[in-house]
Design a protein around this ligand. Structure first.
Ligand code: PMP
Length: 466
């Protein structure tokens, strides 16, 4: 099986980097939050964020099947499924974001968002986070610091890199410092005569190992970008549609509304679809847009069914509650395992930083990898993320239960105990105080009443669906 992958792919091809390359899993089927291999094993899937409402959810499968039997054209004709889906999408978006482009992948969405931003501002320069990832199209490789770092040409002049707002100790101090750093980058670009047109970022930076900026960070930085004539794009390919629990969008938790929103992954529960949403004014700057498959009836039927499941099964509330339990349980392990440097997250987007010890926080990549395999032995599937691949990331389907969370916490405890009996990381310093713990206030998921539909409206939506 692996031989075929290597034969028809290349080592640099991300597709070839299968989970558990040393003892790969051949998956035969999947259901809810479980995947099943050819040996009859059942694994708890903590990584498939695209199986947002659960693998092969019957409502989504039925909607796709019914649509395929009825109408399965490409774009260009009018159809009811599209209008019904748009109506549902509009219900969960801020009023200002009123124009939708349906596309086929997260990369296509972020690329189009970038194009819109550049056309509207008539500027080419882009500000991004350090360790960012926005997709695999050339335009995005240029602006994804995770990607361009690996290329011989490195960073291009039109890209301005903002240090990650990685909260460690004191949120107030961190916040001021991070906003200052962002300001310096934006000011410098202006002073050099190449002002930033577009600031594109994840709001909770999943690609960098689940980095959670301080609560007022985006209010300040969006204002900085806009006041010098730029626009802000939120890349919610990973975080959108309720992954962070409680709300549909990560930006809601920060009291901001982006000028352009890009999302994907979860939107089709694994079916390739994504979207860009923006204001009428910005959309007017794009003279023409055409996508053969974007917005086809099958995608719309599936996208609509996914939204129905999120709402009917109250998955965002469940993600919030189960995620909090999982986060606290994993944080509880820090007192026992000094190689857990930090555990952070929101809803069902959680990252555990594996380090040689606290407070030094030197990344322990091999150790993290060993933990990964020890979890696999216990039939729990996680992945590593971040620049040093030492952050164990968990983005399970939103139907993840409290019982699943308990199992994961127990499995982590066993895996760290076993890994540290034969570890290859530096000796742990005697001081094991929890310095790396980023304590994000629980009110961070609060809403900005002025800019968003607000809790009352959303609650009504839930009641209407009941
Ligand atoms: N943006 C972010 C934040 C992502 O995580 C990804 C995919 N991992 C993309 C964009 C690109 O999405 P896709 O792989 O669907 O093209």
């Amino acid at each position: 099986m692996m031989q075929a992958r290597h034969q028809f792919s290349t080592p640099s091809d991300n597709w070839c980097q299968v989970h558990f390359a040393d003892s790969e899993i051949k998956v035969l089927r999947a259901s809810k939050q479980y995947i099943y291999d050819d040996l009859g094993n059942e694994f708890l899937d903590c990584v498939s964020s695209s199986a947002h409402v659960g693998h092969c959810h019957p409502h989504v499968v039925a909607a796709g099947h019914a649509q395929m039997l009825k109408l399965w054209t490409t774009q260009g004709f009018l159809n009811d499924t599209y209008s019904q889906y748009m109506k549902k999408l509009m219900d969960i978006l801020p009023e200002s974001l009123s124009v939708v482009y349906l596309v086929n992948s997260g990369s296509e969405a972020t690329d189009l968002a970038l194009r819109l931003g550049r056309l509207y501002t008539k500027r080419h320069d882009v500000a991004v986070f350090e360790s960012s990832y926005h997709g695999n199209i050339s335009s995005l490789v240029d602006i994804s610091s995770k990607s361009f770092k690996r290329l011989p040409q490195g960073k291009k002049d039109f890209v301005h890199v903002i240090p990650l707002p990685r909260t460690r100790n004191n949120i107030e101090n961190d916040q001021a410092e991070f906003c200052n750093e962002a300001q310096k980058v934006i000011q410098k670009a202006s002073q050099n005569g190449t002002p930033v047109g577009v600031f594109i970022s994840e709001i909770v930076v999943a690609a960098a190992g689940v980095v959670i900026p301080p609560p007022n960070y985006f209010k300040t930085v969006y204002q900085m970008v806009r006041s010098q004539g730029g626009i802000c794009i939120a890349d919610e390919v990973q975080t959108g549609l309720g992954r962070l629990g409680g709300d549909f969008w990560a930006f809601q938790g920060y009291g901001v509304v982006p000028d352009i929103l890009a999302f994907g992954k979860s939107q089709g529960n694994g079916f390739p679809m994504a979207a860009v949403v923006t204001t009428r004014e910005i959309a007017d700057s794009l003279p023409e847009y055409m996508s053969t498959y974007g917005g086809n009836p099958l995608a719309c039927a599936i996208g609509k069914a996914v939204l129905e499941v999120i709402i009917n099964e109250k998955l965002m509330y469940s993600a919030k509650m189960v995620g909090k339990f999982l986060l606290e349980g994993l944080r509880g392990l820090m007192s026992k395992h000094p190689t857990i440097g930090d555990v952070r997250g929101m809803g069902l987007c959680i990252g555990m930083e594996v380090v040689c010890g606290r407070p030094d926080m030197k990344p322990a990549t091999n150790f993290a990898n060993r933990v990964l395999y020890l979890l696999k032995e216990q039939k729990v599937i996680v992945a590593t993320q971040g620049e040093e691949r030492n952050v164990i990331a968990m983005t399970p389907p939103l139907c993840f239960t409290l019982e699943n969370a308990r199992r994961v916490i127990g499995a982590f405890d066993k895996a760290f105990t076993k890994a540290s009996q034969n570890d290859d990381v530096a000796p742990v310093p005697p001081n094991t105080s929890i310095l790396g713990l980023a304590s994000i206030p629980s009110n961070i998921l609060g809403e900005n009443e002025e800019e968003m539909p607000g809790p009352a409206k959303r609650q009504r939506q839930y009641e209407e669906m009941d």
